[in-house]
Design a protein around this ligand. Structure first.
Ligand code: S3P
Length: 176
């Protein structure tokens, strides 16, 4: 059994994890899981609604159980994690153990161009740039600790990032 069959994409909201993950999975013939979309589908409501009605802690529980379910599956897949999936140490350990983890690192300029407040992003308030700076600073060490590789995505299109990942990812996570 391959101990690390999966590819996981981590990074801040707006770093393009979902689009890159989709392209990567397509080109490699792998199953694709977008963690936020999987939670929304299971819950039958948006991330925004979950945060509003149940609070962040409950959302993190859902995120952890969804991540665990997908990373414990034997079928190799590409998973795009929500930006905060690295907050729990159990998630970080599981990610490193079961996936080859790539951090899509972006500047605040890139992130803020791509992200708008109210855009199903409950952690961003009146001043999304200030929020992005604060969240990014608070999480940088966690992304660093969790990732096997880092890709700086500023100035790259999603398909270029996906191509880069294809070139650098190790063989044991290749499709079987
Ligand atoms: C979050 C990022 C979001 C989503 C939720 C919380 C975060 O996912 O999981 O709003 O804590 O950074 P994306 O990174 O896909 O936007």
């Amino acid at each position: 059994m391959d101990p690390r069959p999966h590819v996981a994409l981590i990074g801040m909201m707006g770093s393009g994890k979902s689009t890159v993950g989709f392209w990567l999975a397509q080109s490699e013939g792998l199953r694709f899981v977008d963690l936020d979309a999987a939670i929304e589908e299971r819950q039958g409501r948006s991330i925004q609604e979950i945060f509003q009605n149940d609070g962040e802690a409950r959302f993190r529980d859902m995120e952890q159980s969804e991540l665990t379910e997908c990373l414990t599956s034997e079928q190799p897949l590409v998973v795009s994690c929500g930006g905060g999936a690295v907050l729990r140490s159990g998630n970080r350990a599981l990610l490193r153990k079961r996936a080859w983890v790539c951090w899509l690192r972006a500047s605040i300029e890139t992130l803020s161009r791509r992200v708008r407040s109210g855009d199903n992003r409950p952690l961003l308030g009146e001043d999304p740039v200030a929020d992005l700076i604060q969240i990014s600073d608070a999480r940088a060490a966690l992304y660093h600790e969790t990732a096997h590789r880092v890709i700086d995505i500023d100035g790259l299109e999603a398909n270029q990032v996906a191509e880069r990942i294809r070139l650098i990812r190790p063989q044991q996570t290749a499709a079987r």
